[in-house]
Ligand binder design. Structure first.
Ligand SMILES: [Zn+2]
Length: 66
């Protein structure tokens, strides 16, 4: 019975650490969701987009237009 409880506790700890790790890694990756009222443009001026990301033509990171 004692072994069962120790195993269960270890399982819960593993699940808790995995559960905490997922949102942190997701936030770090940076999702490219469209931002209302904002425009992003390539620094080279070859493309514009409604969401941040990389230029489809030259691959540079799009910067927010002001
Ligand atoms: Zn470009």
């Amino acid at each position: 019975m004692k072994t069962f409880i120790v195993g269960l506790t270890a399982g819960i700890l593993v699940l808790a650490s995995v559960g905490c790790g997922v949102p942190a890694s997701k936030a770090g990756s940076g999702t490219a969701a469209p931002v209302a009222g904002k425009q992003y443009a390539c620094p080279m001026g070859c493309a514009t987009a409604p969401s941040p990301g990389n230029c489809p033509k030259c691959g540079m990171e799009m910067v927010e237009k002001k």
